[in-house]
Design a protein around this ligand. Structure first.
Ligand SMILES: [Zn+2]
Ligand SMILES: [Zn+2]
Length: 319
């Protein structure tokens, strides 16, 4: 399987402010001074080798949307945040609008940041396309239809050209979707949310965003670790610092990098992707969280090192 992150920011889209862009340029110019960066190739190599990701790139601007390429002819994505627009444009660019496709969508829940991309999901306008929206959440159809209802959006859901189906999933029951086996799990979050374990050809990715984990609820922690068991990749809601998640932001419905490590260690998972970044965190802060996460794994692990990445829009991971 190949995983492509199209939207990785939590709660609302977070574009890079012009002042932040300027700061990155000034920093790079100072670091590159006197290094003879007088060609595109030399400048590219300098960015690649001598600048950190926070210095030369940026973490998520768009909200949740992750593509899971299962190797078959049908598409599979998780959530319809603002990143879904980018995904849909890339898919149309690949096939052209005249060649109908099947798009399967797994919806975690219906908070704005997970549905706001649907009105701009271009394949929905095109006759011949099939869009199957799966979820264990029972309000998905209602929320997606209402979002496009006047006066909030000028194109009503009822006039969309694609064939759009809503399929309710039972928690814990495996479904065959886009050639993969998908199983849902209930998660602790305001207005409910659901995580999905996606398995194909011996590889497993778990998409688990918008979920609060409480270290004292050991039975729930154990059940979650069983859901993550030996996953190759866990895409995890690491929105808050651990301190915030158990103090001022307790019961806000999100988790931390530290609990991500603990659960992945319990589950013997291979890679943890920190996801659903807090909008107030800048790139340096998110990079700092990655360093803290790796250090925490180093001092607490009893088995193999956990691979940890911070998800960003455009990141591609091969399992
Ligand atoms: Zn969210
Ligand atoms: Zn939410």
């Amino acid at each position: 399987m190949q995983i492509t992150f199209w939207g990785t920011r939590g709660s609302l889209p977070t574009p890079l402010h012009p002042k932040a862009v300027r700061r990155k340029i000034v920093n790079a110019l100072v670091k590159g001074a006197g290094k003879g960066l007088d060609t595109q190739e030399k400048a590219e190599a300098f960015c690649e080798q001598e600048l950190t990701f926070a210095e030369a790139g940026s973490h998520g601007g768009n909200t949740s949307c992750v593509q899971v390429d299962t190797g078959g002819p049908e598409y599979l994505i998780c959530d319809l945040g603002s990143g879904a627009r980018e995904f849909s444009l890339a898919a149309l660019g690949k096939h052209g609008p005249a060649k109908p496709q099947v798009y399967n969508v797994l919806m975690s829940h219906v908070h704005w940041d997970h549905i706001m991309g649907f009105p701009f999901f271009v394949p929905s306008f095109i006759p011949g396309n099939v869009i199957r929206i799966y979820s264990c959440h029972d309000k998905v159809e209602q929320a997606i239809r209402n979002q496009s209802h006047a006066p909030c959006f000028p194109v009503e859901f009822t006039v969309l050209g694609a064939k759009i189906e809503f399929i309710h999933m039972e928690v814990g029951k495996p479904y065959e979707i886009a050639g993969a086996t998908v199983t849902g799990k209930h998660q602790l979050h305001g207005n409910e949310s659901y995580g999905y374990r996606i398995e194909k050809d011996g590889k497993t990715v778990v998409y688990t965003t918008d979920c609060e984990h409480k270290p004292d609820y050991r039975d729930v922690m154990e059940a979650t670790a069983a859901f993550f068991h030996k996953a190759d990749l866990v895409i995890f809601d690491a929105m808050y610092s651990f301190a915030d998640s158990i103090s001022i932001k307790e019961d806000w419905g999100h988790s931390s990098n530290i609990l991500g490590v603990e659960l992945c260690q319990m589950a013997e998972a291979k890679t943890l992707a920190l996801f659903h970044h807090e909008p107030i965190y800048d790139d340096e802060r998110i990079e700092g969280i990655l360093a803290e996460t790796l250090r925490f794994d180093e001092i607490t692990r009893t088995g193999d090192p956990l691979k940890v990445v911070t998800a960003y829009d455009g990141l591609v991971l091969d399992l």
